[in-house]
Write a protein that binds this ligand. Structure first.
Ligand SMILES: [Fe+2]
Length: 309
């Protein structure tokens, strides 16, 4: 039932001869009569008060419960695009050439070397002390858990080692100027996190971190299977995220379920996960149009895009 029909139905009850008390209004049809109180006071005032309450209750009805909200957001992400991006389809089925894989690696590096720009904002905005500790732990992992005796260096360094494993020199990776779409995508995401409510800023992690372990495992397995010329040690970036992102994904889900229980926030959250999904699509699309699509046959284009132009 939409907001408008709920309000109209409730108003119809409100105008019934027996009337009802605003405090006793029930949108599902039970309106007990209390004639003593009903007879007191201005009926016009009472009607206005009832209308406001009914509208508020109708709004509350569009609020999703915590678990419903997560399912709704995951569905929103899934439905945003009808199929995985062609770059991902080709990567996971072993059909990227070495040069295309290098194009993917050096452009994806732009986000991985700039993660502090949005992680830092999430941390700075968060008003909950325990959550800030979790976010700080997350940032330490990004900057290198070896800082406190852990196994891995920074994730940016792990990605450089992956990119080196695809056959590029470290200097080439570090000095590479990313494609315009890749640069725009990062700025879009930093701005999204900057402009969002703190809950939403963390919640946008549902798109990447939420899918993280599964995504990283699929990529590592495809790289091991189809691109076995890449040294196994170069795949630590994926191994580190298979392990860590599980915890991060859970934190993101907990934050959404606990702190995103207002209608306006839920709407903002839905819009933000759509934007984050678009940003990741834009990253892949930039790489695809530059390195991959020009080299594909018409048949493969049709297969991975589901269309022919
Ligand atoms: Fe990371």
């Amino acid at each position: 039932m939409g907001l408008e029909s709920v309000v109209l139905e409730a108003l119809a009850h409100c105008l019934r001869p027996e009337g009802f008390l605003p405090e006793q209004a029930n949108l599902f049809g039970a309106y007990p009569v209390n004639s003593r109180q009903h007879d007191n006071g201005s009926s016009r005032e009472k009607l206005t008060c009832s209308m406001l309450r009914v509208e508020q209750e109708a709004r509350d009805m569009s609020l999703l419960l915590p678990k419903e909200l997560i399912l709704n957001l995951q569905e929103t992400i899934r439905k945003r695009y009808s199929r995985p991006h062609p770059v991902r389809q080709l990567l996971l089925s072993g059909r990227l050439t070495k040069e295309q894989l290098q194009g993917w690696a050096k452009n994806q590096f732009h986000e991985f070397r700039n993660i502090h720009r949005f992680f830092g904002i999430r941390y700075q905005k968060c008003p909950i002390p325990q959550l800030r500790r979790d976010l700080l732990e997350n940032m330490v992992e990004e900057e290198g858990e070896d800082l406190f005796g852990g196994k891995y260096p920074s994730h940016a360094e792990l990605w450089v080692r992956f990119a080196e494993g695809t056959g590029m020199a470290r200097e080439e990776i570090l000095s590479y100027e990313p494609l315009p779409g890749i640069r725009a995508a990062l700025e879009m995401y930093v701005q999204l996190v900057q402009q969002s409510h703190w809950t939403v800023a963390i919640g946008t992690g549902l798109v990447f971190e939420g899918e993280g372990p599964k995504r990283m495992r699929a990529e590592r397995e495809a790289l091991e299977k189809y691109y076995s010329w890449i040294p196994s040690t170069a795949l630590d970036f994926f191994r580190a995220h298979e392990y860590h992102d599980e915890g991060h994904g859970n934190m993101v889900i907990d934050v959404i379920q606990k702190y995103c229980m207002e209608e306006q926030l839920q709407e903002e959250m839905r819009a933000a996960v759509k934007t984050r999904t678009d940003i990741m699509w834009l990253q892949n699309e930039s790489i695809y149009q530059t390195y991959v699509r020009p080299a594909l046959s018409v048949e493969v284009v049709k297969e991975v895009e589901g269309r022919l132009e």
